[in-house]
Design a protein around this ligand. Structure first.
Ligand code: SAH
Length: 200
């Protein structure tokens, strides 16, 4: 998975590669079919949700890889917990949100078994963020929206980064935004397909 899907497509950051080579992805997907877990595609995790394709997890993680160990990350849409595991492995203080209680519960169990528990995982609507834990050095979303929720921008520290899929059902772009004063500088990365950010 790493050499063919990730390094071959240009992601070589050591923190990302080491996290993804050490974390057993199949435990977060369907442990009964380990081969599928490492395939080059998104997979069903129940409740109409999907775990992102490994390359997209690597790309999104690599956009945060210049942040120092201990940086505070708000993750929206923990789902299976796999992206959470990668961020915790990279040394970040991860505060995660997940709307579906059953997914949150399962993710927390696997993360704990793997010794990769996040600093917190809230069951709630990620569009609100976690004001009492702000500011965050980065906000990363695994669910798409037409525009960035205002609360995310408000809860981002100066020079902080937001990585999120933006757009509608059929056309979305993975974007990276950096907060500079009252401005949000935007870099457009690539076309992606994500599940929607639901209303809680
Ligand atoms: N990063 C996840 C991907 C999960 S898919 C993984 O590695 O498996 C996106 C997730 O966002 C789903 O679990 C979905 O339940 C969650 N979600 C959707 N809308 C949400 C919202 N408003 N607040 C929090 N989580 C939300």
């Amino acid at each position: 998975m790493l050499s063919k899907q990730i390094e071959a497509r240009g992601i070589t950051n050591e923190r990302v590669i080491s996290a993804m080579s050490e974390i057993p992805r199949h435990l977060f997907v369907n442990p009964d079919d380990p081969a599928q877990a490492y395939a080059d595609k998104a997979l069903d995790i129940g409740f109409n949700q999907t775990i992102s394709q490994p390359y997209i997890v690597a790309l999104m993680s690599s956009l945060l890889a210049d942040l120092p160990v201990g940086s505070r990350i708000l993750e929206i849409g923990a789902g299976s917990g796999y992206q959470t595991a990668v961020l915790v492995h990279m040394g970040f203080e991860v505060h995660s949100m997940e709307l579906i209680p059953q997914l949150r519960q399962k993710a927390l169990e696997i993360l704990s078994e793997q010794g990769l528990s996040p600093a917190s995982m809230v069951n709630g609507d990620g569009r609100r963020g976690i004001p009492e834990k702000a500011p965050f050095d980065a906000i990363i979303s695994a669910a798409r929206s037409r525009r960035l929720p205002r609360s995310w921008v408000n809860q981002l520290s100066e020079a902080g980064i937001i990585v999120a899929p933006l757009g509608g059902r059929f056309r979305q772009r993975l974007i990276e935004c950096r907060k500079e004063g009252s401005k949000l500088l935007r870099i457009d990365h690539c076309e992606v397909r994500f599940v929607p950010l639901l209303r809680g």
